[in-house]
Design a protein around this ligand. Structure first.
Ligand SMILES: *Cc1c(COP(=O)(O)O)cnc(C)c1O
Length: 458
């Protein structure tokens, strides 16, 4: 008999979980203005709000933490981190920052100005925020296949090369760089193929443009290249990473994802001019060059995390859990962005709550229902997250309306995933009775989903 698949680690420390009653959750939802970002973590049973900074560190990372060097300038931990990043990406210049959006803030302060156009594949919300905050425009060039959630294609995160060409032919002089997000978070944690990265590079060269990878989940992207793309099955994850980054000029990184740490980020680049330009902003915004926004010990733990998470067994364990949840949902007939992504399942609210009008935010409504049902916290990646159009100030209903169930790394077991699937099934079975959603009673101008206040629609 073939042995079943199991995790590539065992558990050394555990944290108790707290369950709650439906009445309690009903009250907590009201207190939170129906925005799950406003719920205390203690009131959540299984927390799939995000995979960002919510993973478990390994014994080796905890050990590295004790060895961190807290020197203000020239910390040994910085050099360990820099050497690891250079080995994995090929980039020589590294600037630590306190998280991914800080990397964007520092680098974009140097590169993006008013009326610029930054084309890419479904810019992440903070990326889009940092572009629009500078009165520039983020143009989405994701392949159209990403919009059909039921279509099974291996690389749904890809850049549509002809859309990108159109932007460059029309407005190349306004484009400071192209940004490719690996994996494509907003489109459902969908990977970008090596072939696509190569084509983006070719087109960028044709127009004399540079390319940045928003790399929060680059290791998961490498796993999909290895397991889905011809010619890569015998390459190691580290070899694939080196080739991926060979097509980029720089990266911004949220280390809270594939860095396997709770806080941290960095910028890395092969170009000294970009490094020099970013230096001017990292010092006032983040801190001195050899710590950015990070503790020495956190840089030490990140170096180990990057090393561990660019190994096949670690990634296989992770993606296997996402696929486990997906298979359960298949059994129950629940529609999600297919195939399952790298870090999350994205439920397609537009196919589930078909009786809730889009003006009442179906994905947000489904997020609330799932919490009400079982204390499970997902995250709306839909019409609320899309913010308003910066020019017309209208809600943007053109994109997808997902509930993202993001799975923290090395944190929950497959039994927890079975509970999640059963709770979704219960909501799914009463979907036709859910006819009203929510309305906005207060919102911020940018990145409103974190703080928006909602009420049941009337
Ligand atoms: C999380 C994330 C960011 C922002 O990083 P933070 O560490 O949350 O600031 C940027 N891009 C992508 C694709 C992300 O997933």
């Amino acid at each position: 008999m073939e042995l079943p698949f199991a995790e590539s680690w065992k558990i050394k420390m555990v944290e108790p979980l707290r369950s709650s009653t439906r009445e309690e959750r009903e009250q907590w939802l009201r207190d939170a203005h129906y925005n799950v970002f406003q719920l205390p973590g203690e009131n959540v049973y299984i927390d799939l709000l995000t995979d960002s900074g919510t993973g478990a560190m390994s014994d080796r990372q905890w050990a590295a933490l004790m060895m961190g060097d807290e020197s203000y300038a020239g910390s040994r931990s910085f050099y360990e981190l820099k050497d690891t990043i250079t080995r994995i990406t090929g980039f020589d210049f590294v600037i630590p920052t306190h998280q991914g959006r800080a990397a964007e803030n520092v680098l974009f302060s140097a590169l993006v100005k008013k009326d610029d156009i930054v084309p890419g594949n479904s810019h992440f919300d903070t990326t889009k925020g940092h572009i629009e905050f500078r009165k520039a425009f983020a143009v989405d060039c994701t392949v159209d296949e990403a919009k059909d959630t039921q279509l099974e294609v291996p690389f749904k995160g890809n850049v549509d090369i002809s859309k990108l060409r159109d932007v460059l032919e029309k407005d190349a002089h306004r484009v400071p760089f192209i940004i490719v997000t690996i994996t494509n978070n907003t489109a459902g944690g969908q990977p970008v193929s090596m072939e696509n990265l190569r084509e983006v590079r070719k087109l960028a060269d044709e127009f004399g443009k540079r390319v940045i990878f928003d790399s929060a989940r680059f290791a998961e992207n490498a796993y999909f290249i290895k397991t889905r793309e011809n010619g890569y099955e015998h390459k190691s994850i580290k070899e694939i990473c080196l080739e991926m980054f060979s097509y980029a000029d720089a990266m911004t990184m949220s280390a809270k994802k594939d860095g396997l740490v709770n806080m941290g980020g960095f910028i890395a680049t092969r170009h000294e001019d970009w490094y020099e330009a970013a230096k001017a902003f990292v010092i006032p915004f983040e801190g001195f060059l050899t710590y950015g926004g990070m503790n020495g010990r956190d840089m030490a733990a990140l170096a180990v995390g990057l090393e561990e998470n660019t190994e096949f067994d670690m990634l296989r364990t992770r993606i296997h859990q996402v696929e486990f949840l997906a298979k359960k949902l298949d059994e129950y007939g629940v529609p999600y962005q297919r195939p399952a992504g790298g870090h999350a399942i994205f439920l397609d609210a537009s196919l589930i709550l078909t009786n809730v009008p889009k003006e009442e935010f179906p994905a947000q409504t489904l997020t609330i229902e799932l919490y009400r049902e079982a204390g499970i916290r997902g995250c709306e990646i839909g019409y609320i997250l899309a913010d308003r159009d910066p020019v017309t100030r209208e809600n943007r209903f053109g994109g997808m309306d997902f509930v993202r169930l993001a799975i923290p790394r090395r944190t929950y077991t497959d039994n927890h995933m079975a509970v999640v699937a059963a709770a979704i099934r219960n909501v799914f079975e009463r979907r036709n009775e859910i006819t009203r959603g929510v309305k906005i009673i207060w919102e911020a101008e940018l990145m409103r989903h974190f703080t928006v206040k909602l009420a049941p629609a009337d």
